[in-house]
Design a protein around this ligand. Sequence first.
Ligand code: PMP
Length: 457
Amino acid sequence: KYTGMSKDRMIEIRRQNCNPMTMKVTYYKKPVFIHQGYMQWLWDVDGRRYLDLFAGVATVGVGHCHPKVTAAAEQQLKKLWHTTNIYVYPTLHEYCEKLASHFPDPLKVIYLTNSGSEANDLAILMARLHTGNYDIISLRGSYHGGSPQTIGLTSNAAYKYPVASGFGCTNTMCPDVFRGPWGGSHCRDSPVQTIRECTCAQGHCMANQQYIAQLKETFATSVPNRIAAFFGEPIQGVGGAVQYPKNYLKEAYKLVREQGGICVADEVQTGFGRTGSHFWGFQGHDVIPDMVTMAKGIGNGFPMGAVVTTPEIAASFSKGLHFNTFGGNPLACAVASSVLDTIREDDTQQNSLRVGTYLITELAKLRDKYEIIGDVRGKGLQIGVEMVRDKASRDPLPPEAMAEIFEDVKDMGVLIGKGAIYGQTFRIKPPMCITKEDADFFVAVFDKSVRNYMEKR
Ligand code: PMP
C-alpha cells in the first residue's frame, strides 16, 4: 500500500520545482500517479492497476522490475557500482562481447553511453570525422534526441526551439505511405500488408521510387558528394510508427554511400526484438548500417545507450581521446547483460512477433469498422493507429478528440502513447511480455472508447 506524498503535493512540487514543460506532457486531464510496476502492469498510488502499453516509450522491453534483471542489478549493487573505465572490470567486457554477438559483421566495436541522445551525438561526431564531410540527413517526423546537436536531426515542431542547433542537418521527405502524397490507398487486405511487407505492384509498393526521387532531390540541393551521414529509424517511433515502403532504406543507403556518407540506424525504439521478425529493425530492411545507435530497451529502463560501428570507423575516431564517465559503468553493464539473457530465455522477440501480429490484425478490424481510424500499422510490438477526421480527407483527428479517446482508454485501465507531427497517432509499445489476453483487453477498450467518442460527436 502506498503511504507516500499526497497527489496534490506532488502536483504542487511539479509546478514549482520541476521542468514546467512536464506539466504539459502529463498528457492526461487527470494525471496518472504511478507508484509501482511489475512486468506489463503499473499501479497508481490508489492501488489501481493499468495495463502498460507504452512501457515508458518502448523502454521497458522485458517487463517492469523483471525478477531476473532486478536480481542482476541487486547482485552488482553489492559488488561494485562504479569505477572509471581506465580500469579493466569484467562486466563491461562480458557485456560488449555479448552485445557484439548480436550484430552481423563488420559491426563489432561498441561505445557505451547513458542515453539515446548521447549515442546519436557521438554517432554524428564519428560520421563527420570518418567521412570528412559535414551534412547529415534525417527523415521528417523523426526523433533522434533533445541535445543541441540531435535537435537538428529531430524533425518535429514540438521539439524545436528558435535557436541555432544541429548545424548541417537537413531533413528529407519521410516515405510515409499513409500521409504522404504517394501510395497508401491499396495493400490493406491482409495482415501481412498491414505490416507493410507486401511486394505487389500497387499502392505503397510502387510509391518507393517517388520517395527515393525526393531523397535524390535533397542531394541535388546539398553540397555535392559531401554527405556525412543519413540517420533513419527502421520504423519511426515518436513520428507515429511510420513504416517505409519495402526497399526504401536499401535504396537510400546505396545513394547515401555514393554521396560519401555513412548510414546510421537509430534503433533506440526498434531494437532488442521489438519488431518481432528480427532482433534489429534494420534486419527487416535487408541492410547493414555502418553504425547503429540504441538506448531505451538496452537497459529495460536503466539509463544507458550505445553506438555500435565498424573497426574502420572506430579507427578514424580514435585519433582523439573520447571519454564518458558513466558510459559502460559496472551496474549498467550488469543490467544490460541480464536484459540480453532475459530476451533469449523469455523468448520475448518471438512473443513480440506472435502477440504483435495478432494485435495489429485485431486493430485493423477496428480500422475497417470506424471512419476515424485511418491506418493501423507496425511490426511486432511497435504499433501505430493513425486517427483521422474521416477516411476520405485523411485530415488528422484534432487534438481535443485525440485527448478524449486517450483519457477514456486510460480510465478503462490501459496506458498508450500519442505521437506523429500533428499528434494524430496512438502509439502502442508495450513491454514485450504482454499476452494475447492483454491484446484482447486493449482492443475491447479501444473499441469502446472510439464508440463512446463517435456517439457523442
Ligand atoms: N532516438 C529515438 C528513436 C528516440 O525515440 C529517442 C527518445 N524518444 C532518442 C533517440 C533519444 O533518447 P534519449 O531520450 O535517451 O536521449
